[in-house]
Write a protein that binds this ligand. Structure first.
Ligand SMILES: [Zn+2]
Length: 354
């Protein structure tokens, strides 16, 4: 995810923090300090405790996921809690329900054990003393855990409650339909949340509502992409009859063939290896600027990834997105055999979506 930075690693799972989560922590710290709730030290301590609870919540999802054989890619901390990304799709409803439930459950467990410990430490006063000045930290800690559990269990996709809803729907429906319904339900609830939050002037919740709205959209699209593309290999979709060029070609020699071709990228070959690419745009520009005798080598770039035609389409797409490359150069047994662009991926996606 954009704007996420790895902070550390637990059980081989990278823990990343999203910039917006840092912002939320900073705002929270500011509130705690200015509200006179406690000292600076108290506030920092409290923030660290929240941080730890959110990470424990996500780790629980991940570890339960591992039990069912899902590989965990990373955990990202977001204002709505956090997100554990799994490499495999949990298309087993029961497993998805259990993985989703485990997070809120660990909050309940922490809340209950915490209550017992504080009860032993402070006696019944911990629960019955009405003076809010007392036991502030411990009470906030316990409440935070229960609130987090309840909040996450709201049936809003992509939060845990939404996943539980999808898992439940998937017991009766096709997985894509279940995903669509759960995401739709999440968006409706997010809109209600945003309207309610504006009405009650809770800027905070407006932000969370917006996050949920787009989160559920992204989640649904990602699901569909993966669902559709995971049935294909690169060899099913890539473009095979490709016009390729040589380093020493001059603009005027290739101008006409480039104009007549529908390719956006032209690989430049040295033997069976691609040494660079030139875009249609670059050729046009040189052509119309009158640089007709320019060698195309001077205009070539290396903005591509090399892939094998046996690779899974979805994995390749993820790799291209992460490397911010729009072009894949496809090899068949060490030999250049074609190109793969977002155009081919889009075509198959839109064709199979309906
Ligand atoms: Zn969760």
């Amino acid at each position: 995810m954009k704007w996420s930075y790895k902070i550390f690693q637990v059980a081989k799972i990278p823990i990343k923090i999203h910039l917006s989560f840092l912002l939320v922590l900073a705002i929270l710290l500011y509130f705690l300090i200015t509200s006179g709730f406690g000292s600076f030290l108290f506030s920092v301590f409290w923030i660290i405790a929240i941080f730890a609870v959110v990470i424990i919540h996500e780790l629980t999802h991940s570890l339960v996921g591992k039990l069912f054989g899902y590989e965990v890619q990373d955990i990202t901390l977001l204002p709505i809690g956090g997100m554990a990304r799994m490499k495999e799709i949990p298309e087993k409803p029961l497993a998805e329900i259990l993985v989703a439930v485990s997070g809120p459950m660990i909050n309940v467990v922490i809340g209950v054990i915490g209550s017992i410990i504080f009860f032993i430490l402070y006696g019944p006063d911990f629960f019955f003393d009405v003076d809010l000045e007392n036991y502030t930290f411990s009470r906030m800690f316990i409440s935070f855990n229960f609130i987090m559990a309840i909040f996450n269990l709201l049936p809003i996709f992509p939060m845990d409650g939404g996943r539980i809803l999808r898992g439940f729907l998937a017991l009766f429906l096709d997985y894509s339909k279940a995903t669509h319904f759960a995401a739709e339900a999440g968006r409706v609830m997010a809109v209600i949340l945003i309207i309610g939050a504006i009405f009650f002037k809770q800027f905070w919740l407006v932000l969370i509502g917006i996050f949920i709205f787009f989160g559920s959209k992204q989640e649904e699209q990602m699901y569909l992409l993966r669902h559709i593309l995971s049935h294909y290999k690169v060899s099913d979709v890539y473009r095979k009859n490709v016009l390729s060029l040589k380093r020493t070609d001059l603009i005027f020699e290739i101008g006409e063939s480039v104009v007549n071709s529908t390719q956006d990228y032209f690989p430049i070959l040295d033997g069976e290896k691609v040494v660079g690419v030139i875009t249609r745009e670059a050729v046009f520009k040189a052509y119309y600027e009158g640089n007709l005798r320019q060698e195309i080598e001077a205009l070539m770039s290396n903005d591509f990834v090399e892939i094998n035609e046996d690779e899974d389409l979805f994995k390749v797409l993820m790799g291209m997105m992460e490397g911010k490359a729009n072009l894949g150069i496809v090899y068949h047994a060490e030999n250049f055999s074609g190109i793969l662009t977002m155009r081919e991926i889009n075509n198959i996606y839109h064709l199979m979506k309906k």
